[in-house]
Design a protein around this ligand. Sequence first.
Ligand SMILES: [Zn+2]
Length: 477
Amino acid sequence: MSQGFRHLLVTVSLIGVFTAGCAQQTPNGVVEDIPKNAISTSSNPDIQKLANLALNNSYGYDITRSLTTEIGPRLAGSEGEARARDWAMAKFKELGFANIKNEAFPVAGWVRGVETAEIVAPYPQSLVITALGGSVATPKDGIQAPVAYFATYDDLVNAPLGSLDGKIAYISGRMEKHIDGAGYGPANQKRQTGATEAAKRGALAVLIRSVGTDSHRFPHTGQMRYDEAIKKIPIAAMSAPDADQMDRIFEMGKDVEINLHLLTRDIGVLQSGNVMAEIIGSEKPEEIILIGAHLDSWDMSTGAVDDGAGVGIVMGAAKVLMDSGLKPKRTIRVVLFGAEEVGLIGAFAYAKAHEAELGQHVLATESDFGAGKIYGLQAGKYAATQAVVASWVPEFAYLGIKAKDGVTNGGPDIIPLNIAGVPTVRLNQDGTDYFDLHHTPDDTFDKIDPKAIQQNVAAYATLIWLASEADTNFRDE
Ligand SMILES: [Zn+2]
């Protein structure tokens, strides 16, 4: 059985669980009957109630559709991101949330501008590229130079100082596909520090194979970082097929010359913000369960899987809890972070602005890994959190979710809270295909599966209810 086919079967059997009472077509044409009570396996009547509400409405999908359609791209600090904050304030109000707030913070403004690359020799042709976020510009007339090829980031790091004088460095290296995105960290090194390492060796500019797992002709952007002590040189990513083309030419032993134009601009300090709202706790309102997602996206798409889906999922889950009539003992705070993509700027601003009440943050998590179904439940670093979360696992069985080993930081925007000692938890989504779309122009609403979003909403509704009612503070004493 191929990996793909096995994946399809698992997916179809999970979908079956969510469409209780429906006949389901399987890939080999056999129609299976799905038990009518398939979603009622939880022994907890409150969770049954939440599950039935979540799996019989489309809040998450509708919210994601509204954000991506009515706002579109939402680059940190941009007019689009500002409109997204207005949208979020209005949406929270419409859905009936309390304590709706926009907490502003500054962010460095950056725009992409013209970006082109051509192979000048030996086989003239244009390449599909995009600047990495934060990249400095080339001179207006571009950079034309011979290319030094590196099969991997490590090969670049092992190259002698001065060996790239007058050259453009090209770093290939493929990212591996994994359900939990384990290939991202290793592949991302060239994006994060490729410019610095190449500049140390004398390079004029850097091109990388996109950090992604697709074979489509879309380049993947993403934030890069400069070392302030090292000369800043421009850096861009090319699509996978363009990188393949480069690799083939180098395999032929040919010398390659490239002309690169990246007319990026720094545009000064702009405003971003975190938008948040609450369901106020009925017994312990000062104790906060935080569920987050990020409101900003990259500029080249409408950011549907990154992170429009997360916004829909967490807002939708809280709305389901409100609709259920259940009254959470603790406060449920939904935080839509700004400026995540450009370096967790909103996350650090939140941690700073709420420093005084971080001790009352009982548990925190974020949905920011696409729009795939959730398969795992993973706890943060405290033994107390691990024990309580382990006791919850049976309550998630109706969604096909199992315990996941390892320790979570709660998600990207939760990192500063995790560092500050706030307990964390994570619902792990299937991210096998996430990096096909991640940070490309192809991250659009048509990629969202409404059934997968319903499952996510049900899982988050279950999670916030259990966290609200749990008789513990999740921290080790
Ligand atoms: Zn994201």
